[in-house]
Design a protein around this ligand. Structure first.
Ligand SMILES: [Zn+2]
Length: 406
């Protein structure tokens, strides 16, 4: 009996061997066809992408997908390409089809949903994007989902939700969002200021300072609130705190400070001199062009052209600037009116030339996207970054001047 069994086993051995050999060959063949079909079309697509031939890249990726219908990565590459070429409807349809037809694991479903949410975001369908991104909880897509949600809430000006999302994101990523959170509180305060709800606004501004003790905007707004209620002394106190936060922003409140000192001056007398002295100290310490401009105008109005010319001359010695030269020439022209007409005309001519050269070209360059703004914004109008514009504008010379220089 035992002999018979062993005999049968020996006969079966070559058969198993043959079957195994065939199976292995089939596998290898399939593997080979996959690994050769994928890179050819895929790399063709990449090549078109690099040379910015988006339509051809779409064709190549579509071809690659036909050979590899199961490859999620290829679908995602094509979807991202659709988004980039503005064909968000095609991306949406493809991803919806995948969710419908494909037998996907939970992880893969999350991956497709993350792509679909990006499609909706790009298409401006914020409600649908938001719903999907919120659903991507507790997966490895949580962090990018929170980033996208933050973008949505920022665009839709949903500041309370933006604060909650940024706080989550901060906890998850370890990247601080203090500047942004404080700005969101300032935005909430702005809404209350417009609606004349001073107490609520004050409360939000306090929270802004709690979130970021260096939030200059909160102190600017707190001062504005006090002014709206006629409390100039309190307003000045808020604005003076900016020196201990980020002194480079003092130029933003220089005009406001002087106005409040002037208002107090009308009531009691003597405060305007204090104000000018305060701005002078700031100018000597921080050397900000905006401070100089405010101080120059005030000195011209309050103390006359001689004093203004002296201020401009001293400033010009300290740091050369076309704006200050313009101020010096203007003050000189005004102070020297008694001089011979010809000499005064010369000064006026020089001033006009200098003013033409600088024009009204003070610009604030966004340090994130390079956008040039004519006035200061807390949020860049182009890239939506917060506090990315400098506190002081840069002085640029007009194009005519630079061309002539060449
Ligand atoms: Zn920008």
């Amino acid at each position: 009996m035992t002999i018979e069994f062993e005999y049968w086993w020996l006969l079966a051995l070559p058969l198993f061997f043959t079957l195994g050999w065939i199976a292995a060959r089939v596998d290898i063949k399939q593997l080979l066809s996959e690994s050769t079909a994928l890179p050819a079309a895929y790399f063709k697509g990449l090549n078109f992408l690099i040379s910015d031939q988006h339509a051809k890249a779409v064709d190549a990726f579509s071809e690659a997908i036909e050979a590899n219908t199961d490859s999620l990565e290829l679908h995602f590459a094509l979807g991202s390409l659709f988004r980039r070429t503005g064909e968000t409807d095609r991306a949406i349809n493809m991803h919806l089809n995948m969710l419908d037809k494909k037998e996907l694991t939970e992880n893969q479903k999350s991956a497709v949903k993350a792509e679909l949410a990006q499609d909706y975001l790009k298409a401006g369908l914020f409600d649908r994007a938001e719903e999907l991104f919120i659903g991507l909880d507790d997966t490895r897509y949580r962090q990018p989902a929170l980033c996208a949600l933050l973008e949505i809430y920022g665009r839709e000006r949903e500041w309370a939700q933006a604060i909650a999302t940024a706080t989550d994101l901060e906890r998850l990523s370890g990247v601080p969002f203090r500047i942004e959170i404080a700005q969101y509180y300032c935005e909430l305060a702005m809404n209350d200021i417009i609606a004349q709800r001073q107490d609520e606004a004050r409360n939000y501004l306090g929270l802004a300072l709690d979130a970021n003790k260096n939030c200059v905007r909160a102190n600017v707004l707190l001062g504005d609130l006090e002014v709206s209620q006629g409390a100039h002394q309190a307003a000045i106190a808020h604005w003076k705190r900016i020196e201990f936060q980020q002194p480079e922003y003092l130029g933003l409140v220089a005009g406001k400070l002087l106005k409040s000192y002037r208002a107090l001056n009308v009531e009691n007398g003597g405060q305007l001199k204090d104000g000018l002295a305060q701005l002078n100290t700031y100018l000597e310490t921080y050397k900000l062009p905006t401070l100089m401009s405010v101080l120059y105008e005030a000195t011209l109005n309050e103390e006359g052209a001689e004093k203004a010319a002296k201020l401009a001359r001293n400033e010009l010695i300290r740091q050369p600037s076309l704006t200050t030269l313009d101020q010096l020439l203007q003050a000189r022209a005004m102070a020297d009116e008694t001089q011979t007409q010809g000499s005064n005309q010369d000064i006026q001519l020089m001033q006009q030339t200098v003013r033409n050269a600088i024009g009204n070209r003070a610009v604030f360059h966004c340090n994130q996207c390079g956008f040039r703004a004519k006035q200061h914004h807390w949020q860049c109008p182009a890239c939506n970054a917060w506090e990315s514009l400098p506190a002081e504008p840069s002085e640029t010379i007009s194009r005519e001047m630079t061309i002539k220089k060449k």
